[in-house]
Write a protein that binds this ligand. Structure first.
Ligand code: MOS
Length: 736
């Protein structure tokens, strides 16, 4: 039995199973954690962007009230660099030398009895610098340029011949600014060394990796490290890596001989836990007069921090987004003295899609074609590079249904031709082809003596709904009510799980839970097959179905017995099984494993005189394979769309061009959408179960954000005739 075989594309909109804990305050987020004897830490941060620390004097801090310890590079132990996991790399260990590589760099940590005492003492630390010149611009000739850092540059078909035979060529430069992840939960680490055992509660999206990293950095066996993250106050990618402040808190706890808690301040969040890096992208697109795309070239350059790595293959999705005979993509990174960039919801896709989907709109306009018709005409029925069918793809359905619900047919082609009173009205569309990203995963499922089930994995739920959908999945696979299933994640002692990231966890964990449940049902079958007392005597596993907390013969629900009865008769307190999943591979499948697909339809309104811009409507249609829970899935797309409006209109992390200081590192200065900026949003799901996944799911954690910026920009062009190629789109760019 596979759930995919049930063929149901949309699961019921079950309320979040963890909601009561959250709304009653019973769920412990990392910054709620308080352990006996716990002390508090504060960071000392660099006030220059580059150079050396000549001297750092902690004596005044040590004399301040309540201070227990102060660590700087002058007294820090050697720390190994953590392993570099795929996709996210690993930041360098802190306090290993006197170099300053960016403004806000952690130069020390101070521990005191109270958070206030720690912060006060940290301010007393005197740092003397030998400053050097900061390198802050992507086009600075002094910046080292990394060419094809991930080996993903692509040359497919004859690109130059394609351009040579193109009737229309659009070649433009698109820029996106730094954006900063701002989960509401300030990133927090609580660390304790007791009896040679290191216990850490952390705002992480990946407990298994925190454990592996801490073991390597501090030279202790993994079995002596336990990382807890049952609840995390949002992530958006900021919690994927084991950042410097996590290592410093663990170090401080060891130095102080006490449990230590560090809560980053909001300004520290802007320099300590990554951000979506700015990009400069050149896109060149060629098409023939009949509307056929014949050449696509996409070049990108984005920053990378000194001494660090971050993975942001901005142009990569352009290799599989459209049917095209000639495709060339190139990614570059420039080393700058800036805080480490990192993954932020839909890393690479958020920026790359803006450039590609704007350029596609420009070509359609140049051809005099409807931009939706142009996209449909160049739809990639097969994977363009692999030449294989997709494991699932309902992008055409996304376009068709979205156009219908949005009322695309009311769009008049000429820019500036749709008006409503003072408002210039614009309709824009963008397509989204999200990459398939998945990692191996494990889970353990047990049925207990009372017939209830317990599902465990080291994964986290960062607010996405993992608690709920894993509960639903196990309930369905075991034939139990959801109230009889408990999912316990967020503990690195549990079976290994990949990050809650890359839109990959529901697929990876769901398939591991699926494997564990199937094995468990088979184990129950084995238990009763030779059991003369069982109505299932002699039944082969494929002759057994599950429902209502019972195993019964297929087609004969009366002939069976409950899990609880089987366990009791066999004197077992519980029966458990492990499951694992691995990402499918195209060469095994004969198909290209598909990520989610989507279409965004946006209406904007621009005041004809004042040029004030509002997003008036968004219709999102997503092919996410089988949707396990329509309610939590819709929330993912709604939240992502709000993030996309932020990217389109507001978010812009400003770096002072002289000092390298982030100039707007507060919620007062860094703009994000507020309630009044968010219009009516409709979310629809299309498509069926994905053929490469036992559970039929595809990841939808990030696709909701992608395409919004391009669709907004394309709508602005339709409203005003003004093509904006630089985010965020501001009123200044729309003034005559
Ligand atoms: Mo997401 S940026 O992969 O946490």
């Amino acid at each position: 039995m596979t759930t995919a075989e049930t063929g149901r594309a949309v699961g019921p909109g079950l309320d979040r199973v963890d909601a009561p804990l959250k709304v009653t305050g019973a769920a412990l987020y990392p910054n709620d954690v308080s352990w006996p004897g716990m002390a508090h830490a504060a960071l000392v941060r660099s006030t220059v962007a580059a150079g050396r620390v000549l001297d750092i004097d902690v004596a005044p801090a040590r004399r301040a009230p309540g201070v227990l310890a102060a660590v700087t590079h002058l007294n820090a132990p050697r720390l190994a660099r953590g392993p570099r996991p795929p996709m996210i790399g690993a930041p360098p260990a802190p306090l290993q030398d006197d170099r300053v590589l960016h403004h806000g760099q952690h130069l020390g940590i101070v521990v005191a009895e109270s958070p206030e005492q720690a912060r006060h003492a940290a301010r007393l630390v005197r740092v003397e610098y030998e400053p050097a010149e900061a390198v802050l611009d992507l086009d600075d000739a002094r910046a080292e340029l990394l060419v094809d850092p991930w080996g993903l540059d692509t040359e497919h078909g004859d690109v130059d011949a394609g351009f040579a035979r193109s009737d229309v060529v659009v070649e433009e430069t698109y820029t996106t600014p730094d954006n900063t992840n701002n989960p509401l939960g300030l990133m927090t680490t609580v660390a304790s060394w007791q009896g040679g055992l290191l216990t850490v509660q952390d705002s992480t999206q990946w407990p298994s990796n925190v454990r592996t990293t801490l073991a390597a950095v501090f030279g202790v066996p993994e079995s002596r490290v336990r990382v807890l993250a049952p609840f995390v106050g949002g992530g958006f990618g900021a919690g994927l890596r084991v950042w410097s402040h996590v290592l410093l808190t663990v170090l401080a706890a060891r130095e102080a001989g006490r449990p230590v808690k560090l809560v980053l301040t909001r300004p520290e969040m802007f320099t300590s836990v990554g951000h979506r890096p700015r990009t400069v992208q050149r896109v060149r697109v060629g098409a023939t007069r009949d509307g056929t795309l014949v050449a696509v070239e996409h070049d990108s350059v984005a920053p990378v921090a000194m001494d660090d790595d971050n993975v942001e293959p901005v142009s990569h999705s352009s290799t599989f987004s459209y049917a095209c005979r000639g495709i060339r993509t190139r990614d570059r990174q420039a080393r700058l003295t800036v805080p480490s960039p990192g993954s932020m919801r839909a890393p690479a896709e958020a920026q790359g899609n803006f450039a590609l989907e704007t350029a596609i709109d420009e070509v359609a306009h140049a051809l005099g074609m409807d931009p939706l018709a142009f996209r449909l005409h160049n739809h990639a029925d097969d994977h363009p590079l692999l030449g294989l069918p997709w494991s699932s793809k309902a992008l055409k359905e996304c376009y068709r249904l979205g156009a219908e619900r949005f009322g695309w047919s009311r769009r008049t082609p000429e820019p500036g031709s749709l008006r409503d009173g003072r408002d210039l009205v614009g309709y824009g569309v963008a397509g989204v082809c999200y990459p398939f990203i998945q990692f191996p995963c494990q889970a353990r499922v047990s049925v207990l003596g009372d017939g209830s089930a317990h599902v465990r994995s080291a994964a986290t739920d960062i607010g996405t709904g993992t608690y709920t959908v894993m509960t639903q999945l196990a309930a369905e696979l075991l034939g139990l009510d959801v109230g009889r299933v408990r999912f316990d994640p967020g503990d690195s002692d549990l079976p290994y799980a990949p990050p809650a990231g890359g839109s990959g966890l529901t697929g990876a964990l769901g398939n591991a839970v699926h494997a564990a449940c199937r094995r468990l049902v088979r184990d129950f079958c084995d238990l009763v097959r030779d059991d003369a007392a069982s109505p299932l005597l002699g039944a082969a596993p494929e002759e057994v179905a599950v429902a209502g907390g019972r195993l019964h013969r297929v087609g004969d629900p009366g002939r069976g017995e409950s899990y609880a009865d089987i366990l009791a008769r066999h004197g077992l307190a519980e029966l458990g099984a492990d499951g694992r999943s691995a990402p499918p591979r195209a060469e095994d499948l004969g198909m290209a494993p598909a990520g989610a697909f989507g279409a965004k339809f946006v209406e904007v309104r621009v005041d004809a005189e004042l040029r004030l811009l509002r997003v008036a409507r968004v219709v999102s249609v997503v092919d996410g394979g089988r949707i396990l829970n329509e309610k939590t899935a819709t929330s993912q797309i709604v939240g992502g769309t709000v993030g996309g409006i932020g990217q389109a209109l507001f978010e812009d992390t400003v770096t002072d061009p002289v000092t390298g200081r982030i100039a707007n590192a507060t919620f007062g200065d860094y703009l994000v959408p507020v309630h009044a900026d968010v219009p009516d949003m409709e979310v629809l799901f299309v498509g069926g179960p994905d053929r490469a996944s036992a559970t039929g799911t595809k990841g939808i954690g990030e696709i909701g954000l992608v395409g919004v910026a391009a669709a907004v920009g394309n709508a602005v062009f339709h409203a005003t005739g003004r093509r904006v190629r630089s985010l965020p789109i501001t009123v200044e760019q729309l003034l005559p």
